[in-house]
Design a protein around this ligand. Structure first.
Ligand code: ARG
Length: 591
């Protein structure tokens, strides 16, 4: 509906310019109607002009309406409340817009007017540590945002900022040398589960044992110096973890390019030099830091950002330093030199890292690395909680392994399906059952996450995410399956709509109106980066479709209603499929 709303907006602006004596170009404040009974759109611009024009807002609204020429698009405008102008599109306008969309592969969604180079930094687990539910959230949300941005025509680079560098390797290599040297010598000698256990032991010894601590520190220095044995051991550990991560990505259908922290190692001293020559570095207790702007006052009030430590007293670098190097690299390069030349960089991590990003973004800004037209955005999300509202844990109190979590989702989806097949007396082969269970299981996990406002914490519940009713993946998938069922029963879901398309039944008309909002939802998602908005839209669309399908005959209708309704079914299916695809969720023809 964006093309239509753009036309309406223009006409409103002209009417305001003609009828009102305004100093500045007017803003009609056109938005989607807050309720369907108010029509399709409302213009709220009259209210804000009352003071300036010394007139009652309803009177201003009347003047706008008197000068408004919308007869080809809308029913006569109505003024409501303190001065809203309610606009209802003519059925033939809706019918024409629907007919144009049917069979259009982009379903009327335009590409963004300006194509940007966008980096999406997401997933980013740590080597030798288990990938946990926080990384799962980042993976699911980041993948969705990357898909949407690519669909809008942007040039998207999906980056996995894997934690593959730092002190953990010193401990781990020291521990392995002593207890499992074979792990440092041959690929596949240990699996990730073992590595995680070794890491835990190493961490404990590091905290307790002075000699071990010293050995570990020496090991880090060796690694950083490029000692061949250490490098080889490091590479082996990384590849071991990498294989495990890849299994999860394959299962989730997520593509991502690995560019871990180690990539920036060679660029860290450059960061120090750049910050030093920008006059931002302060030496504090031997460490080289950047104090955030105004920090000393705010710190007294206890609300400010801590200083960013760029180089530790022992010369080592940390997480923040690496992120500074990464920012610099990602933003540079527009001149053909080294870098990604990104215009928008998006970081998808838990909300706990908000102040880290705020601090490093601030340093980058003050260092002059961000040019006009470039932006850095942190996209935070809340915690994943268990049913008890606490951090998600296994019964034994351990962190939940992602592999187990995904397996369990699929097992439960399978059990639900088998129960349903038995109830319905249906026979299906193993290939069908396995495929449906896998698709539904993955869809349920992803959708449960994406359909929550990402900022809030969310409670993980297999029962809720797999329910056939409610705002769940199975409910949406099932609406799609119903439409495919129409095709199987002889309704041709062709790519062309009859002209004019008939929207006689009230349920058909509401469905059509709702289908037309798809493009606005995607544009809003691109701006706000909130996937739950798309989920809500698809859920409501499924509900509206189901109401239509339960009450309005399709296959048994007479022509020309029959083909018009089939066209609505086709567009509903295509919209659900594309919407789910942008969420990273595959559809099924039968389930
Ligand atoms: N490895 C980090 C973690 O597990 C996430 C990295 C996010 N990306 C970044 N550029 N800092 O929390």
């Amino acid at each position: 509906m964006l093309a239509i709303s753009r036309a309406l907006r223009q006409r409103l602006v002209s009417a305001m310019e003609e009828g009102l004596d305004l100093a500045e170009p007017p803003d009609p404040q056109l938005t989607a109607a807050s309720k369907p009974e108010f029509g399709d759109f409302q213009a709220n611009g009259a209210m804000g002009l009352a003071r300036q024009l010394q007139q009652a807002p309803r009177q201003i609204a009347q003047t706008i309406v008197d000068h408004l020429d919308l007869a080809d698009l809308c029913e006569p405008p109505r003024i409501a409340g303190p001065g809203f102008i309610n606009l209802t599109l003519k059925p033939e306008v809706i019918a024409r817009a629907i007919a144009e969309r049917v069979g259009d592969p982009r379903l009327g969604v335009a590409e963004a007017p300006v194509r940007q180079r966008v980096v999406v930094d997401f997933s980013s687990p740590n080597i030798a540590k288990e990938m946990h539910v926080g990384h799962l959230r980042s993976t699911i949300i980041g993948d969705c945002l990357a898909r949407l941005l690519a669909f809008r025509g942007h040039d998207v680079l999906r980056l996995n900022h894997v934690g593959d560098w730092g002190t953990q390797f010193g401990m781990l290599i020291t521990q392995l040398k002593q207890v499992a040297p074979q792990a440092l010598d041959a690929a596949d000698a240990v699996d990730l589960g073992d590595l995680v256990a070794f890491y835990r032991q190493a961490k404990q010894r590091f905290d307790e044992d002075e000699t071990f601590r010293t050995q570990s520190r020496e090991e880090v220095v060796k690694l950083q110096r490029g000692d061949p044995f250490s490098r080889r051991a490091w590479a082996l550990l990384c590849s071991q973890s990498r294989q495990e991560f890849q299994r999860i990505y394959d299962r989730l259908g997520v593509g991502i390019e690995e560019r871990g922290e180690s990539f920036y190692n060679a660029r860290l001293t450059g960061v120090v030099e750049a910050l030093d020559s920008a006059g931002l570095l302060v030496t504090d207790d031997g460490a080289r830091c950047v104090f955030p702007d105004g920090s000393s006052d705010k710190r007294k009030q206890g609300s400010a950002l801590p200083p960013v430590i760029v180089q530790k007293r022992d010369g080592g670098f940390n997480y923040a330093a690496t992120d500074l190097a990464a920012i610099r690299y990602r933003l540079a390069g527009a001149d053909g030199g080294e870098g990604d030349a990104a215009e928008r960089v998006i970081y998808v991590t838990d909300a706990g890292q908000a102040s880290h990003f705020e601090a490093v973004f601030q340093v980058a800004r003050r260092a002059g690395w961000i040019t006009p037209g470039q932006s850095l955005e942190h996209v935070p999300f809340g915690l994943v909680q268990g049913a008890d509202g606490r951090k998600l844990k296994t019964r034994a109190g351990d962190t939940v392994r992602l592999r187990d979590l995904l397996d369990q989702a699929v097992q439960r989806a399978r059990a639900d399906l088998e129960r349903r097949l038995a109830d319905e007396g249906r026979q299906e082969d193993e290939a069908f059952i396995a495929h449906v269970a896998e698709t539904v299981g993955m869809a349920a996990v992803k959708y449960a996450d994406l359909s929550q406002n990402r900022i809030t914490d969310y409670q993980f519940s297999f029962d809720r995410m797999l329910a056939l009713q409610g705002n769940t993946a199975p409910y949406l998938l099932y609406a799609y399956v119903r439409i495919q069922g129409i095709a199987r029963r002889g309704g041709a879901l062709t790519a062309t709509a009859p002209d004019p398309i008939r929207l006689g039944a009230a349920e058909a008309f509401s469905l059509a109106r709702q289908l037309l909002h798809f493009d606005e939802v995607l544009v809003e998602l691109e701006r706000e980066l909130l996937p739950n908005r798309l989920c809500t839209y698809l859920f409501e669309l499924s509900q509206t479709f189901n109401r239509f399908y339960d009450r309005v005959p399709v296959l048994k209708a007479e022509e020309p209603d029959r083909s018009s309704r089939l066209a609505l079914c086709r567009l509903s299916a295509d919209t659900l499929k594309l919407g789910l695809e942008l969420l990273g969720i595959g559809t099924l023809d039968r389930m």
